[in-house]
Ligand binder design. Structure first.
Ligand code: FMN
Length: 277
């Protein structure tokens, strides 16, 4: 009988234990938790949600105190729309949290950061650009794009020297969301290095409505795997949400095993939908 350890998550020649601890915001995904996953040969996530607060607690900085002082005049105003995050401070806090975590990394695994698009911070595009690039600059092994469609996120990193070497992936809950993402990013000639498929039993910010019970992870994973096979795209799939036992994990490892050739026999992108203009 197979066990989870019989499988490997592969990024090129880099082989990992097929366990990924997902990013859980508000510092549930602590650096310690992510580092332990990496030490054991898997992938651990930190999160950049509440990054200023996390940096203050970890490194004795005063980002929150400074911002509170700066906007003191607005404390009693229920309209908080004038409040902006200082982009320099955002980059500094990210550099600290990510940089110090990466310095402490041991073992053959990887540490990724979970970056949610929906964390708008009153200036969605500008803050997202700083968050993504500061994480790359600080040496993160990879970024998981979550909570949103992220149609512009690859473009926000395209000028970064690490854009093609860091492991960049996205969380989707349907084939359609993945197709949209690939279509939108095709002109950058950069595929995601991994795709996380979250079913309705995952925690966090899911792409399901009140009809969530009509969906199940196994079906979505099979659909996405079939789509990638048809397109001859060799991208590791990571199933998430409702995998409770080793047997569950083995079943998913078998589904997501990649039968495709790499490099693909035909030049990518193959289908008209992803062809470069
Ligand atoms: C308590 C909790 C908090 C989470 N917070 C976030 C979050 O802030 N952002 C996010 O993208 N996903 C979040 N998630 C989703 C996880 O990263 C993960 O993808 C999901 O739980 C599926 O993995 P599982 O099979 O381990 O449940 C959270 C999950 C849990 C259980």
């Amino acid at each position: 009988m197979k066990c989870t350890d019989d499988f490997r998550l592969k990024f090129g020649h880099h082989e990992l234990v097929p366990i990924v601890i997902g990013g859980m915001g508000v510092d549930i995904s602590t650096a310690e938790l992510a580092l332990e996953a990496a030490r054991l040969g898997g992938v651990g996530h930190i999160s950049d949600a509440l990054i200023h607060d996390v940096a203050d607690r970890r490194f004795d900085t005063a980002f929150i105190k400074g911002k509170t002082r700066f906007y003191k005049h607005n404390v009693d105003n229920s309209d908080k729309s004038i409040i902006q995050f200082d982009l320099g401070h955002l980059a500094e806090a990210t550099q600290l949290h990510v940089g110090k975590t990466m310095e402490a990394k041991r073992g053959s695994g990887m540490v990724f950061v979970n970056i949610m698009e929906k964390l708008t911070m009153n200036a969605a595009r500008d803050t997202l650009k700083v968050r993504l690039n500061a994480a790359l600059d600080a040496g993160i092994d990879g970024i998981t794009l979550s909570a949103g469609l992220h149609l512009g996120s690859f473009a926000l990193m395209a000028e970064n020297p690490r854009f093609r070497d860091a492991k960049l992936g996205i969380i989707v809950s349907s084939v359609r969301a993945l197709q949209l993402f690939l279509r939108k990013t095709a002109r950058l000639e950069r595929l995601p290095d991994f795709v996380v498929i979250e079913g309705p039993l995952a925690g966090g910010h899911l792409g399901f409505g009140l009809d969530w019970a009509q969906y199940d992870l196994a079906t979505i994973v099979a659909e996405v795997a079939q789509f990638l096979k048809t397109e001859q795209l060799d991208i590791p799939l990571i199933a998430a949400g409702g995998i409770f036992t080793g047997s569950d994990a083995v079943a998913f490892c078998k589904t997501v095993r990649r039968p495709c050739r790499w490099p693909p026999a035909l030049p990518w992108p193959r289908s008209a939908g992803y062809r470069r203009k």
